[in-house]
Design a protein around this ligand. Sequence first.
Ligand SMILES: [Zn+2]
Length: 112
Amino acid sequence: MMTLGQKQRRFTEMVGRLIAFAYASGYELTFGDAYRDPRVHGNVGQKKSYSSANSLHKERLAIDFNLFKSGVYMTASEDYHELGEFWESIGGTWGGRFNDGNHFSMEHQGRK
Ligand SMILES: [Zn+2]
């Protein structure tokens, strides 16, 4: 079983692979939320902002991207499908399975 720190470091490496895959597939990305600082968003289990109380962003295990194709900002969850399938193939959890297509995470303690 991986520790939280081991998961965080593997997650970061996976994000690198996801970004490379996206650009090789003709997409471009910008960053949305990655780490959500508990000083702003509350500790895990605490609701303090727009973030969900148990968000994996608070544990450095989730990232949101903004997706572009041919310079056009793509906003539908389904637009991320190709990236989501790649992400799942390397062990990640894709938010598109729960209507949150721009969200890429690593499951931790049953949370996605
Ligand atoms: Zn997210």
